[in-house]
Design a protein around this ligand. Structure first.
Ligand SMILES: Cc1cc2nc3c(=O)[nH]c(=O)nc-3n(C[C@H](O)[C@H](O)[C@H](O)COP(=O)(O)O)c2cc1C
Length: 193
């Protein structure tokens, strides 16, 4: 069984990536396959509001020139998805928001392709606004009939400019471990592994 972690940060080795690393370590120990998918810093564009996905119902976005459809395929294959982002002005990055808008529309246009998948939001932040960003991700899961996993605190890690400061946030790292165990537990109960 597989969980993908989608990194919304343009910094491939930054705090958000470190949180995903910590989470993946636990998931792998629990026997779950993981894959890191990068959306931050890619050429992904926002939804064009053309409604072609609703007319075509072909499990794709009609805007095919960017990375969207390749990432969406991976979301469809996975049993669980972790959407992770740094906090940018109290919200997620524009790349992750573009992915959420388009993935949500295409999945819903095709009869609920994310239904009963497992989802978790992970947020890194320097100081404030992380909960708003966290909520932005959970809105996708909640409207797509998915099961949301939490941890012993909200799934947040604190780190600033250097991009590895989150490694000093032991509580945040412990949360990732707890989140991994709970995701594995839920996937096991759902019989998807
Ligand atoms: C454009 C921009 C906006 C930011 N806005 C916030 C913010 O609103 N709140 C906050 O706590 N940190 C903010 N930060 C800091 C990052 O969210 C934080 O350092 C995060 O851990 C970076 O993750 P990364 O290394 O994965 O990119 C901002 C950083 C940038 C570049």
């Amino acid at each position: 069984m597989k969980v993908i972690g989608i990194n919304g940060s343009p910094r491939r080795e930054g705090n958000t990536a470190k949180l995903l690393d910590a989470l993946f370590e636990t998931l792998q120990k629990e026997g779950i396959e993981t894959e890191l998918v990068q959306v931050g810093g890619t050429d992904i564009r926002g939804c064009l509001s053309c409604y072609a996905c609703i007319r075509n119902k072909d499990r794709q976005c009609s805007a095919k020139k960017d990375v969207f459809n390749a990432i969406f395929e991976k979301m469809l294959e996975a049993d669980g998805m972790v959407l992770a982002s740094p906090t940018y002005f109290a919200d997620i990055t524009p790349e992750l928001k573009a992915l959420i808008d388009r993935a949500g529309f295409v999945s819903r246009a095709n009869g609920g392709l994310f239904r009963h998948k497992v989802g978790a939001a992970v947020i890194s932040l320097r100081r404030g606004g992380g909960i708003h960003a966290y909520d932005s991700i959970n809105h996708l899961f909640q409207i797509c009939q998915m099961f949301i996993v939490g941890s012993s605190y909200w799934n947040l890690g604190f780190g600033g400019r250097e991009g590895n400061e989150v490694l000093n946030d032991q509580e945040g790292l412990n949360n990732m471990q707890d989140l991994g165990q709970s995701m594995a537990f839920l996937l096991g109960k759902l019989g998807t592994r």
